[in-house]
Design a protein around this ligand. Structure first.
Ligand code: PMP
Length: 434
């Protein structure tokens, strides 16, 4: 597969060689790295991406969820172009800020007041800093496989900021209660915040159970800690955010990705009494960020929020549910046995002797977000083969199997994807059985 890939993408390879001269591994965004080298893209239109070698793909990655509008959406393009006409970097307020802020607060009931930043990473860093300042405590509970940005993750191989992180197991109610109870001298004295995604996004698209999220609400209350929902990815899974569907209201919520219309964006917000810490007239905290109110993001965000009505999001999530059902049907007719996991698959589960051994290939997700997984000793190899097979079939997705649908995709594109999955299963069927 690599020989074919090399021959098909000479310009991408050349670009990678050039990039390697100036950036570590030719990369400034770890998640885009793939072997033998990543594709270089220089055109995005509707739901298609075209590489520098002139090869066109249907985009199922959707810029890791920020690209929900598809590419070069005319409404967003117009909004940014209008902003372009009037200049930018004013070093002053602009009239677009309250317009985007109103949309965010009206949409997400947990957000009474909001502040903008430039990435999801920054949003979570600020939310943690807010909780530390508000509670006067330092410890932050987060979860294994949780991802909250470049410097905040439950993954032990990530570079984490020197916060006092305590790492729990996602969806494990009793284990998490025990963990919180074990904090010394007590959680009440030490725990500032619980930071959690309502669905693990980068961690594999596994939804949090209402019981789990509800138990976190209670744990936070008992410890006088703040509950923070990271909805950077999941805010698209329901008009009011995925968390709203569980009946649990967080104290703070972080946003990013699509809410900025596809420009650099992040936001943190929540309870009025907490966010009032940032009121320059009366509060004690500063948050001056040069690009917090940047005109392009404000303009694109307003246009984007208006595009994504509840109906539109509902239709997109429905398309995702239908896609997952079709993939499940393909997999189920191929005797790929195992128990569908409710959370991240651990190493010990990946053997047919284990009572909860997952299928060797399966799909997880909610609505428009999903991931295709492989299990077993050859999982990395299969994941790589799958990625290259899908590229060969004209489909672009994340090397790790992550998929985020955009509003330009149609049933026909879904059919193309499912057919490609079917082709993969036919080709590698003997490797998909335990
Ligand atoms: N939180 C979650 C849940 C995310 O998925 C991400 C990005 N994938 C982030 C935070 C960080 O956002 P950004 O990449 O914009 O820093």
């Amino acid at each position: 597969a690599h020989v074919q890939y090399n021959q098909k993408h000479p310009q991408s390879r050349e670009n990678h060689v050039e990039a390697c001269r100036y950036m570590p591994g030719g990369n400034t965004r770890t998640v885009l790295h793939t072997t033998p080298f990543p594709l270089t893209i220089d055109l995005g239109r509707d739901c298609h991406l075209t590489t520098v070698d002139g090869i066109r793909y249907v985009d199922f990655l959707g810029e890791y969820t920020a690209g929900i509008y598809g590419h070069s959406h005319p409404v967003i393009k117009d909004a940014v172009q209008m902003a372009l006409e009037s200049g930018w970097n004013y070093g002053g307020h602009n009239p677009l800020e309250p317009q985007l802020a109103r949309r965010v607060c009206e949409r997400f009931p947990a957000v009474e007041l909001v502040r903008f930043v430039n990435s999801g990473t920054e949003a979570n860093m600020m939310a943690i800093a807010t909780a530390v300042a508000y509670t006067g405590k330092k410890k932050v509970l987060l979860f294994n496989k949780g991802y909250h940005g470049s410097t905040i993750s439950g993954n032990t191989s990530a570079i984490n900021l020197p916060h006092e992180f305590v790492v729990g197991t996602y969806n494990d109610v009793e284990g998490t209660e025990d963990l919180v109870r074990s904090l010394l001298p007590s959680a009440k004295d030490t725990l500032a915040a619980i930071l959690v995604e309502p669905m693990l996004g980068s961690g594999g698209c596994y939804a949090g159970t209402p019981r789990f999220l509800g138990s976190l609400r209670k744990l936070a209350e008992d410890a006088n800690a703040l509950l923070i929902f990271d909805e950077v990815m999941t805010s698209r899974l329901h008009y009011r955010g995925l968390g709203s569907q569980t009946g649990v209201t967080p104290d703070l919520m972080t946003l990013g990705k699509w809410v900025g219309g596809g420009m650099s964006f992040g936001a943190f917000g929540g309870r009025r009494d907490i966010m009032a810490l940032y009121d320059p007239r009366s509060g004690s905290l500063q948050h001056p960020g040069t690009f917090n109110n940047n005109v392009f993001t404000m303009a694109a965000g307003i246009a984007g929020c208006d595009l994504l009505t509840a109906d539109k999001l509902g239709a997109l999530n429905h398309l995702g549910d239908s896609m997952r059902q079709q993939i499940e049907r393909v997999l189920s007719t191929r005797a790929i046995q195992g128990t569908l996991p409710a959370g991240p698959v651990t190493d010990d589960m990946q053997s047919p002797q284990h009572p909860r051994c997952p299928p060797k290939m399966f799909v997880s997700g909610v609505g428009s977000l999903m991931a295709i997984h492989f299990a077993g000793p050859d999982r990395d190899l299969l994941q790589g083969l799958f990625f290259h097979h899908m590229l060969e079939s004209g489909v672009y997705l994340a090397p790790r199997g992550f998929i985020a649908l955009n509003i330009v995709l149609t049933e026909e594109h879904i059919a193309q994807f499912v057919q490609a999955v079917e082709g993969f299963c036919d080709k590698y069927d003997r490797f998909l059985i335990w």
